[in-house]
Design a protein. Structure first.
Length: 163
């Protein structure tokens, strides 16, 4: 689906949110939300129908049944998330594509680490109920991810003008 079609479709739903947030933030929420739904669907399909609850053996390492589907879903949602971010959300960025991709990869890895650390802290340290810990963690990670993408991964570099 071309980027103009995706952008136009997302923008159809923007008017009720116009007073609440800028269009770029809305597009980020829409693309991120869609990628999250895709991730959860792929996780479920991978766990239930592809791996059938079994260990994922890669030859050099074996992933337990609950972790293997994360890797499988990641193989799809990482490129989808990057492409949506690059071509729908952060279209004004003038940083080279390979730099954006590398920065996006680092950001995704750091967000995975943040998820792990916050959930461990909230569940083991503060005794929160795991689903509540996941919701709170998601709020923090989404805010961090948005700001990191806006000001680091897909920022707009100031152009140097020679006199």
């Amino acid at each position: 689906m071309p980027k103009k079609t995706i952008t136009a479709f997302i923008d159809l739903f923007y008017p009720p949110f116009r007073k609440l947030m800028p269009i770029q933030t809305f597009r980020y929420a829409a693309c991120g939300g869609a990628n999250l739904v895709l991730d959860n669907a792929l996780y479920y399909i991978s766990y239930k129908y592809i791996l059938k609850g079994q260990i994922l053996h890669l030859g050099f390492y074996a992933f337990e049944p609950s972790i293997g589907p994360i890797l499988m879903a990641f193989c799809v949602t990482f490129p989808v998330g990057f492409l949506l971010s690059k071509y729908v959300v952060w279209t004004q960025s003038n940083i080279r594509g390979h730099v954006q991709l590398f920065r996006y990869f680092l950001l995704v890895l750091f967000c995975l680490l943040l998820n792990y650390v916050f959930i461990k802290l909230f569940v083991n340290g503060l005794g929160l109920y795991p689903p509540l810990a996941k919701i709170i963690t998601t709020v923090f990670v989404v805010i961090f991810s948005y700001l990191s993408q806006k000001y680091f991964t897909f920022r707009v570099k100031q152009q140097v003008v020679d006199n």
